[in-house]
Ligand binder design. Structure first.
Ligand code: NAD
Length: 329
C-alpha cells in the first residue's frame, strides 16, 4: 500500500489517491500497473474521453475489491481529488497546458494544498520541464521529471528504467518506493529537476547516431558481398560492437526477435526518435555544445519519419530507408 507524503515527503500510513494523465501507448499500461499494484483510489484523464473510459472498463478485472477507479472531467478536476499525480504526455506543449492552463490545468486543481506530488514521465525539453517544475514549486507543490526507457514492452511488464530529476534525495526515495517501483525496475536519481530529461535525451542521441552507424555499416558490408549474419558476428566480437548491432540489429534476418525481422513493426517509432533528437539538438544549441553527428542523425530521422512508408515503422527502419535511397547495384 502507498503512503501519503507529508510536506517533507516522509511516508506515513494513510493511502493516497493517485491520478494519471495521458493514457497512450505508454501511459495506459503504466497506469494499469500502478493501479493494480497499489490498490489505491485511482483517477484518470485523457484528452480522448473514450481512452479514459476504456481504462476504467479494463480496470474492472484488475482492481482490488472496493478500489475506486474513475474518470476526471479535466486535469484540474483530477488534481482536486488526488495526492499523487503521474503524467505521460506526447511533448512539451502538452505538459505545459496540462499543468499550467489557468482554467483546466493541474495547478488550478491543487491550489491551496501544498502536499501534492507531481511526476512527469513524458520525454520533453529540459527548459519546459524546469519551467513547469518551478511554477509548480512556487505554488507550494513538488514536481519531479521522470522520463523512461524500455518502450511499450517495458511499460506492460513494469520493467521500465526511470531517469529521475528530484529536488531532494528524500523526495526521490519516497516517489521511488511508493510510485515508480510499481512501473519500473531500474530507477535512477539523476540529480536536480530537469536532469532526468538530460539523461534521457543524451542516451537517445547516442542511440540515434549508433543506429544510423549500424545501418550504414551493415548496408556497406552486404553490398560489398558479406553475409549479414557473419558480418554482424564479427562486429559483435570486435571493436565496432554496440547495442544497435548486437541486440537490435537493423538488417533483416540477423536477429530473430527484433523489428528488422518483422518488417520494422512495433518497437520505437521513427517519429519518436526524430522528436528526441530534436530535443537533444535544441538543448545543445541552448548550451552552445557541439553535436555534429547528433544534428546529422536528426536530419536523417526527420527525412525518414516524414515518408509515409516509414512514419509508423521502428527507428531501425533507417536501414531500409538507406537501402531504398541508394543507387541499385
Ligand atoms: P501516445 O501518443 O501514445 O500517448 C499520449 C497520450 O496523451 C494519448 O492518449 C493522448 O490522447 C494523451 N494526451 C495528449 N494531449 C493530452 C492533453 N492535453 N491532456 C490529456 N491527455 C493528452 O504517446 P506514448 O507513446 O505513450 O509516449 C508518451 C511519452 O513517452 C512521449 O513523451 C514519448 O516520447 C515517451 N516515450 C515513448 C516511448 C514509446 O516507445 N512509445 C518510449 C519511451 C518514452
Amino acid at each position: 500500500m502507498l503512503a501519503r507524503r507529508t510536506c517533507s515527503f516522509q511516508p506515513i500510513s494513510i493511502q493516497p489517491t493517485i491520478g494519471f494523465v495521458g493514457l497512450g501507448q505508454m501511459g495506459f499500461p503504466m497506469a494499469a500497473n500502478l493501479m493494480k499494484k497499489t490498490g489505491s483510489p485511482f483517477v484518470v484523464f485523457d484528452a480522448f474521453p473514450a481512452t479514459a473510459s476504456k481504462f476504467v472498463e479494463n480496470a474492472k478485472d484488475l482492481k482490488a475489491q472496493n478500489q475506486s477507479v474513475s474518470v476526471a472531467a479535466t486535469p484540474r478536476d483530477l488534481a482536486a481529488q488526488c495526492d499523487v499525480i503521474v503524467t505521460m504526455l506526447p511533448a512539451g506543449p502538452h505538459v505545459k497546458s496540462v499543468y499550467l492552463d489557468a482554467e483546466t490545468g493541474l495547478l488550478a486543481g491543487i491550489k491551496g494544498r501544498n502536499n501534492v506530488l507531481l511526476v512527469d514521465s513524458s520525454t520533453i525539453d529540459v527548459a519546459t520541464s524546469k519551467h513547469v517544475a518551478e511554477t509548480v514549486g512556487n505554488a507550494g507543490a513538488v514536481m519531479l521529471d521522470a522520463p523512461v526507457s524500455g518502450g511499450t514492452l517495458g511499460a506492460e511488464a513494469g520493467t521500465l528504467t526511470f531517469m529521475v530529476g528530484s529536488p531532494s534525495v528524500t523526495t526521490f526515495n519516497t516517489v521511488k518506493d511508493t510510485i515508480l517501483v510499481h512501473m519500473g525496475k531500474n530507477i535512477v536519481h539523476c540529480g536536480t529537476v530537469g536532469n532526468g530529461q538530460v539523461a534521457k535525451i543524451c542516451n537517445n542521441m547516442m542511440l540515434g547516431i549508433s543506429m544510423v552507424a549500424a545501418s550504414e555499416t551493415m548496408n556497406l558490408g552486404v553490398r560489398l558481398g558479406m553475409d549479414p549474419k557473419l558480418l554482424a558476428g564479427i562486429i559483435n566480437t570486435s571493436s565496432g560492437r554496440c547495442w544497435s548491432t548486437d541486440t537490435y540489429n537493423p538488417c533483416p534476418g540477423v536477429l530473430p526477435n527484433v523489428p528488422a525481422s518483422r518488417d520494422y513493426t512495433g518497437g520505437f517509432g521513427t517519429s519518436l526518435m526524430a522528436k528526441d533528437l530534436s530535443l537533444a539538438v535544441s538543448a545543445a544549441h541552448e548550451s552552445k555544445s557541439t553535436v555534429t553527428l547528433g544534428a546529422v542523425a536528426h536530419q536523417i530521422y526527420n527525412q525518414v519519419s516524414s515518408q509515409k512508408e516509414f512514419k509508423n515503422k521502428d527507428f531501425s527502419s533507417v536501414y531500409k530507408w538507406l537501402n531504398d535511397n541508394q543507387e541499385k547495384i
